[in-house]
Design a binder for this molecule. Sequence first.
Ligand SMILES: [Zn+2]
Length: 308
Amino acid sequence: MVTRLYSHPIYLDHITPPGHPERPDRLRAITRVLEDEAFAYLDRVEAPEGDRETILYAHPEEFVRRVEAAVPDTGLARIDADTSVSPKSWQAALTAIGAANAAVDDVFTGAADNVFVAARPPGHHAERTTAMGFCLFNTAAIAARHAQKKHGAERVAIVDWDVHHGNGTQDIFWSDPSVLYCSTHQMPLFPGTGAWNETGAGNIVNAPLSPNSGSDLFRDAVLSRVLPAIDDFRPDLVIISAGFDAHHRDPLAEINLTEADFDWATGVLMDRASRYANGRLVSLLEGGYDLQGLAFSVAAHVKRLMKG
Ligand SMILES: [Zn+2]
């Protein structure tokens, strides 16, 4: 098994306001935990800068220009109450896209069996024409389209276990049956979408969880909703929107998962990827705001990816 890790120092230069949960220390905590010798065989690669044109796979040009124009020369500029940009945010977001697209290339060319992209800003709240929820561009959506356009993938499954609903990914693929979007998330919680009856063209599968659901109900949602949808869909590629804010230590939600749940969920998705997609699996960091919960969860996730 070759598990590749993409990261880049530019991801630390996307600065958010003081006290903001989506902060550079998140990536420092991940980098530190992955220095353990258990990860000696991780194939570490510096993320390439993305191709601006690929942003247009998921967002219109006018929106891309609007985000680009919002980036300040100094200090911070707010996009909305939660979402801001600093001078290097454009380059960070473009490099997050570059890493995700390169990860897709890797699993299709066989350069890697699976890939974890440790990047920020995250992406799953970014809708076609709205940057929100700490997200500028929808990296997972762009990567899914990249797989279709460059590698001829017919069906891409995006599984989103971030504790927040990926309204952006749902928005982008709402009427596109070539992409399956499955999400487990706490409800009620930001951004308010993700009810059972939001099904798009039959390609959207939402499994909302009540606060304090815990491991059993999470696993039950994966087993009863997510995996059967994947079995029906038979994807050529599995992309994980891997947020770790459903961890019990996380300050933004109350789902109370443990590292063992992320290990388990990684395993069952790898099993589906090997059944239908020749093992092709790309995992993209989304949320996760308690540094210890995030680091330990990423460690469990990446360890499972490496084990095969
Ligand atoms: Zn989240």
